[in-house]
Write a new protein. Structure first.
Length: 514
């Protein structure tokens, strides 16, 4: 199945099974804003718990906070977001549609890549086993021509972005490449302008002199401005970290690929404060720790790669992304940044307050350096869903859709089902559920045939199903079905908790990280 189709199926699966709904759907939706349904919220909460516990429980030098979304507007001046958190935008005069100039150019680069890949795929089909891809790529005239155009464009684009960006040059590239508006099909473009991504609103009544405030575009600044509070009240010694999970807002112009790029989303960020000069060692450590966290989910190491940044923000001295293989290619899920002492120094400068750390080991005060790990909950959710979504052909010729979610993240851990709705089986099933519901999330289901009920649970990724039958009333044993193997075993009711609890707990997942 083409990856595009997989993605479409995933999006409709998310809706059909109560994972993700378009926001305000009965009013035709709101662009790039989504709601999480009954199963989505459980999966999302489990992802957040996995992250939070891996930070705060497993590291005795990391603590959490929950700062407000609204913050003093000067914070965003200090952090550079007011002046520089911009996207270069261009309008098409005919369709009146607005685009990100950088995205139009990146799409054009991707088109050259596509052309090259098509030539390679065609030749691979033609020559079969004898095909030498490397040789073909380095000798075929058409491939070389596309490659040369692609590389020249990439070089020109990189230079334009590095120069500020150079807005005139970005426009010129769009004209020279003859990029057309996908709606009107014309090249009738306006100038390129910078557009700030922060949402703003007014705080207080106008009569009192309302203050313009922003909806935070990242949670990190809430950590920076609380650095001293936490360090002092928690008597924290460097190195130490502060973790936070919370909403962030960006007025994304090109919002696409479902929950990959949203206007309201959630971040899980951790700022790790270190002694200047040690930051690159810590950067390396956090790169490894974070990749291990991802890989522990068991989707396969080939689903991940680092993307080290060549172009660094002026305040960073190292940065990398952890990319995940989504149905639309490798994409950033998490950023790990060595942010020097930029943010704390800026807040010192703008607030006029000292944010220094007195280091008793060297008898000196300094502004700590920071390693940041920043992951989007929604992107993580998308990566988990896309890796878990599976269509399997069964022996009887039917197809089952199954979400092979890591058991610890699954919204429902166990479904309890009476074989029939009579003869005391529902009561027995309820009794089992009433006992187990204190240990993990269970669901009771008595409607339809047992086969249909299994399919429903497969579709939401429930790792275990228990069936209560007439025999259960006699021997107090049930049939336990495994989602992935579909194997069924007979087990005593009294052992259910022992068998399941460990396998579905976040604690077990966390233990694999040690
Ligand atoms: N404090 C650093 C920071 O915010 P970022 O690379 O802009 O860095 C970090 O964002 C992570 O937040 C990204 O790796 C991504 O997972 C998530 N993220 C950023 N913008 C997003 C958006 N519009 N929709 C969904 N997730 C987003």
């Amino acid at each position: 199945m083409a990856q595009e189709d997989v993605f479409k199926k995933l999006v409709s699966h998310c809706k059909e099974y109560g994972f993700v709904f378009p926001s305000s759907e009965i009013y035709d939706g709101l662009g790039a804003v989504y709601d999480y349904g009954q199963n989505g919220v459980e999966l999302k909460n489990n992802i957040k718990q996995y992250w939070w516990q891996s930070m705060v429980l497993l590291h005795d030098n990391i603590v959490g906070i929950d700062s407000a979304i609204f913050m003093h507007p000067t914070i965003w001046k200090a952090s550079g977001h007011v002046d520089a958190f911009n996207d270069p935008l261009i309008d098409n005069r005919d369709s009146k549609k607005r685009y990100r100039a950088d995205v139009l150019i990146e799409d054009q680069i991707a088109k050259y890549d596509e052309k090259i890949n098509k030539e390679v795929a065609k030749a691979a089909k033609k020559y079969g086993e004898a095909f030498n891809e490397q040789e073909f790529r380095s000798t075929n005239a058409r491939v070389l021509e596309h490659q040369a155009k692609r590389d020249a464009l990439h070089e020109r684009y990189t230079q334009a972005m590095n120069a500020g960006p150079d807005l005139n040059e970005l426009r010129q590239i769009i004209l020279d490449e003859e990029i057309v508006c996908p709606i009107s099909g014309t090249k009738n473009w306006t100038e390129v302008r910078q557009f700030n991504l922060m949402f703003s609103t007014e705080m207080g009544s106008t009569a009192d002199g309302a203050m313009k405030v922003y909806l935070r575009p990242e949670t990190a600044q809430g950590i920076f401005v609380n650095y001293l509070n936490v360090q002092k009240t928690g008597r924290m010694k460097i190195p130490f970290g502060i973790a936070q999970i919370g909403k962030a807002f960006r007025n994304e112009i090109v919002a696409r690929q479902f929950i990959f790029r949203m206007r309201e989303f959630e971040q899980m960020e951790m700022q790790f404060f270190v002694k200047p000069g040690t930051e690159l060692d810590w950067f390396k450590k956090w790169k490894e720790i974070r990749l291990r966290w991802h890989k522990a989910l068991g989707f396969g190491d080939d689903h991940y790669r680092y993307h080290d940044h060549e172009k660094l923000a002026h305040y960073a001295n190292a940065a990398t992304d952890i990319e995940f293989l989504m149905p639309f290619g490798f994409k950033e899920v998490e950023g790990i940044h060595s942010r020097t002492n930029f943010d704390l120094s800026q807040h010192e400068k703008f607030s006029g307050k000292s944010i220094k750390y007195f280091d008793p080991e060297i008898n000196e005060s300094y502004t700590p350096y920071v390693i940041e790990t920043s992951i989007g909950v929604d992107r993580m959710f998308l990566s988990v869903m896309s890796a878990a979504y599976c269509e399997e052909k069964l022996e009887n010729g039917e197809t089952r859709v199954v979400l092979k979610l890591p058991a610890a993240l699954a919204p429902v851990k166990l479904a309890v089902m009476p074989l029939v709705k009579k003869d005391g089986l529902p009561e027995k099933a309820r009794e089992i559920m009433n006992d187990l519901k204190f240990h993990f999330h269970c669901q009771y289901d008595e409607k339809d045939s047992i086969g249909k009920r299994y399919r429903r649970q497969d579709a939401i990724g429930t790792p275990y199903c228990v069936t209560v039958d007439h025999q259960t009333l006699e021997d107090n044993c049930v049939t336990l079905r495994n989602r992935d193997t579909m194997e069924q075993t007979r087990v005593p009711v009294a052992e259910l908790n022992n068998i399941i609890a460990d396998k579905v707990s976040i604690t077990s997942l966390l233990k694999t990280l040690q």
